[in-house]
Structures are given as structure tokens and as C-alpha cells.
Design a protein around this ligand. Structure first.
Ligand SMILES: NC(=O)c1ccc[n+]([C@@H]2O[C@H](COP(=O)([O-])OP(=O)(O)OC[C@H]3O[C@@H](n4cnc5c(N)ncnc54)[C@H](OP(=O)(O)O)[C@@H]3O)[C@@H](O)[C@H]2O)c1
Length: 257
């Protein structure tokens, strides 16, 4: 019999690609979101409303929901605790959680929240798998587009990244969801480790722009950690799709060029 899988955050960038793939793999899939989008079960990790109902009859939870800008501690840490207590009562046998590479090597507020959430997952009686991934290309592209509105592109100097295609992360998450709980599995990153300004140059080239990049020196411990490669995993180049390929595909899909 095919497993019943609940994807929290199944309306988000990563979650919706997981939902598509699980559906194609023949799993029973339900999506939980707090916005009550069509085709989803309403469940709010901030208030707990609807969570108990969403986990009833579920075998596996793929936990992608996050709220980095609105009450992140309450939603991510508190909400995950609530979700997993309900899951334990409902007899859920596996929770797959997506986290971020290097959260224990760079002290950044959202990273501390992810680390605390990992602990909640590890301490729960529900057997778990945790995958840490590097930044998704979608996120980098959003940041580039934002800065591209300015007359020059200001960027922190020397921040090393290893972004990855979110579809490739979704592939791995599905593999993990359809396997036995495995605890913390090896990190995944993209095929290229490079400074942010190089990625910006590629972005501008693909956009056909000659805009100047202004490299800003950022002081402090966190910036030092980012420059030292704290959020990369060079030994784990899981992703095959390169940044330039992603950008060209995105441009073609959105502009027909
Ligand atoms: N983006 C990256 O570069 C990156 C890299 C590595 C790991 N990750 C991790 O991957 C996961 C997914 O990231 P993403 O970029 O795909 O996120 P996203 O697009 O921002 O999606 C967030 C999801 O969380 C749901 N959500 C927000 N508040 C909620 C609440 N109170 N109750 C229930 N659901 C709520 C949203 O659903 P509704 O708004 O529809 O309710 C949405 O589906 C996160 O855990 C993130 O930390 C991200």
C-alpha cells in the first residue's frame, strides 16, 4: 500500500516540488498550509489550529514549513514541537526535516532557529531524517533581482556560497521520505563553490547587463564565517545543475527568450 505523506510548507518553493514528485511516485499526498490555499489542509504552526487533524492517518511528514520573517521562533521551533507531539500521538512513523548547511558554523539569527528546530526534531519520539542543504538558486535570484533595481550592485565582498537547484533538493527529499528514518544524512550543495560577486557577474551576463558590482567589506564574526566557507560543503556537490544553466532556463521560461 502506498504511504500517506503530509508535506508542511507544501505551497512553498521546495515543498510544492516535493508534492509534485511524491504524487508522480504514487504516494498519497496531503499539503498543509496556514494560508488555506485551494487544495490544501489548513494548519497553522503558529496557533496549532488544524495541525492535529492534518497529521491523522499519516505515515510520514515532510516538514518544509518555515516563517523566517514573522514570529520565526514561535512558528519554526514552537510549531515544530506542536506538530511532532501531535504526530507522536497519531502514530506517525517518520519525519523528514529540511535544514541548512553550516547553521552551526555561522551565527545568524535564522540559523540559530533552524538549529533549535533540528533539536526539537531529534528529541521527538517520532523517528526522523534531517537533510541540510545550501541556499536555493531561487533565493539567490530573488536577492539579485532586488539589488539589480539599484544603479550599481552592492555586494558583501568574498562571501562564499554553493547554491543548489531546489528541484534537485526536492528529488533527494522524496528519496528520503520513501526510505526508512536515517537520522542526520550527509549535507547537499550545488556543483560550484564561488564568491557571491562571481555569481552576480554571471547573473548580469545572462541578463545582458554591464552594471557595475560594488564590493562592500563587511566586518564582524558572521561575515568572517561566510567568507571562510562556513555555509558550503565542497565535499558534497550533490547538485548537477549550474547557476548559469538555472538562470538561462529561468529566463527562457519567463521571457520566452
Ligand atoms: N530557501 C533556501 O535557500 C533554503 C536553503 C536550505 C534549506 N531551506 C529550508 O527549506 C524549507 C523550505 O524553504 P522554502 O524557501 O521553500 O520556503 P518558502 O517558499 O518560504 O515556503 C514556506 C512555507 O511555509 C508555510 N508556512 C509559513 N508559515 C506557516 C505557518 N504559520 N503554519 C504553517 N505553514 C506555514 C508557507 O505556507 P503558506 O504561506 O501557504 O501557509 C509555505 O508553504 C525551510 O525549512 C528552509 O529553512 C531553504
Amino acid at each position: 500500500m502506498s504511504p500517506e505523506i503530509l508535506v508542511t510548507g507544501g505551497t512553498g518553493v521546495l515543498g510544492r516540488q516535493i508534492v509534485e514528485r511524491l504524487g508522480s511516485a504514487g504516494a498519497g499526498v496531503r499539503v498543509m498550509s496556514h494560508s488555506g490555499k485551494p487544495g490544501t489542509l489548513r494548519g497553522d504552526l503558529l496557533t496549532g489550529e488544524g495541525v492535529e487533524r492534518a497529521v491523522r492517518g499519516v505515515d510520514t511528514i515532510v516538514h518544509c514549513a518555515t516563517s523566517p520573517f514573522r514570529k520565526p521562533t514561535q512558528v519554526d521551533v514552537g510549531g515544530t514541537g506542536h506538530l511532532l507531539r501531535a504526530a507522536a500521538r497519531a502514530g506517525v512513523s517518520h519525519c523528514v526535516y529540511i535544514s541548512i548547511v553550516g547553521i552551526d558554523r555561522a551565527s545568524y539569527p535564522y540559523y540559530r532557529i533552524k538549529l533549535d528546530t533540528e533539536r526539537v526534531v531529534e528529541d521527538s519520539p517520532v523517528p526522523h531524517t534531517i537533510l541540510r542543504a545550501t541556499q536555493f538558486y531561487d533565493l539567490i535570484l530573488t536577492a539579485m533581482r532586488f539589488m539589480d533595481r539599484l544603479p550599481v550592485m552592492p555586494l558583501p565582498f568574498g562571501f562564499l556560497g554553493q547554491p543548489i537547484d531546489s528541484g534537485e533538493v526536492a528529488d533527494f527529499m522524496v528519496e528520503l521520505a520513501l526510505s526508512e528514518p536515517a537520522g542526520r544524512v550527509p549535507d547537499v550543495g550545488g556543483p560550484e563553490v564561488r564568491p557571491l560577486e562571481d555569481a552576480a557577474r554571471t547573473y548580469l551576463d545572462v541578463m545582458g547587463s554591464r552594471k557595475r558590482i560594488v564590493k562592500l567589506p563587511f566586518p564582524g564574526k558572521t561575515a568572517r564565517a561566510f567568507r571562510s566557507g562556513a555555509i558550503t560543503c565542497p565535499e558534497n556537490r550533490y547538485g548537477k545543475i549550474r547557476w548559469e544553466e538555472f538562470l538561462r532556463a529561468d529566463r527562457e521560461a519567463n521571457h520566452g527568450r
